[in-house]
Design a protein around this ligand. Structure first.
Ligand code: COA
Length: 236
């Protein structure tokens, strides 16, 4: 137990410049309290005392503003900065040294059954207000920007920002993608433009054909007129 405590306190001291002493962490940090209480709730959950486990987890929510389902599996060194509004779903799996800020949801989309919540690798950071929804993996050392909504797998060593979440950095290299979410392409308009261009082309072909036919007709008419004149002259 004390080994866990030491690791939890160190996680806060390492990652929050505002934390000054271990005593301050023990007395003032909701993350420390929530993680400790979650271990208790998780033990009850896995030893078939599910209702008791839920009661412990709900009381933790009231005390800290952090709701961790007792079924969630969390690694060592989890740090939840500020805490309020954090929700961690039943089938979430967290690696070691994960950092979550306030308002983070690790939840489901409502479409999956069984494993329906995300798995976060080691050293993942999830910014304030970010939502990670669905049963996919966020790779080791990846960062989810504040306010991002992530619905797809994130490879390791990536930074994801925006809604929907997009990878903007991979292995410390900038990924050049179009982040313009206002001027989005309109596929219906593009199709209509392509059809209109084809129609113009067809009209040009038809007009050309008609002109050729007109020219042939007038040539034939001219020949007939000449023949008529020749016949009239012969009669004379
Ligand atoms: C994403 C984050 C972790 C930075 O990761 P990083 O790998 O260092 O990424 P960068 O700072 O190089 O940013 C990469 C790009 O994403 C953009 N970006 C960064 N964070 C963003 C966010 N939250 N939303 C939208 N875009 C963001 C940057 O402007 C940059 O764009 P550019 O390349 O066009 O200039 C950080 O911005 C963040 O959101 N941290 C969360 C912190 C938090 O929640 N604090 C709460 C304290 S109470």
């Amino acid at each position: 137990m004390f080994k866990h405590w030491k690791r939890d306190i160190q996680a806060v001291l390492d990652r929050d410049p505002a934390a000054r002493t271990p005593l301050e962490v023990v007395l003032c940090y909701p993350s420390f309290r929530a993680v400790r209480r979650h271990r208790r709730a998780h033990w009850l959950w896995t030893h078939d005392m599910k209702l008791l486990a839920r009661l412990v987890s709900q009381r933790t929510r009231r005390l800290t503003g952090i709701e961790i389902h007792p079924g969630a599996t969390i690694g060592e060194g989890l740090f939840i900065d500020h805490g309020t509004g954090v929700v961690i779903g039943e089938t979430v799996e967290l690696g070691d040294n994960v950092t979550l800020y306030q308002g983070v949801t690790l939840g489901g989309t409502g479409k999956d059954v069984g494993k329906r919540h995300p798995t976060l690798g080691n050293n993942v950071v999830v910014g304030s207000g970010a939502k990670v929804l669905g049963p996919f993996k966020v790779g080791d050392h990846s960062k989810i920007g504040a306010g991002a909504i992530v619905l797809k797998e994130v490879p390791p060593h990536c930074t994801v920002v925006g809604n929907p979440g997009r990878v903007v950095r991979m292995n410390d290299e900038r990924v050049d993608i179009d982040l313009d979410q206002v001027n989005l392409p309109d596929p219906v308009k593009e199709r209509i433009m392509a059809l209109s261009a084809r129609l113009d082309e067809l009209e040009r072909c038809v007009n050309c054909e008609r002109r050729t036919q007109d020219a042939a007709c007038s040539e034939r008419a001219e020949r007939i007129r000449i023949l008529k004149e020749e016949l009239e002259n012969e009669d004379l």
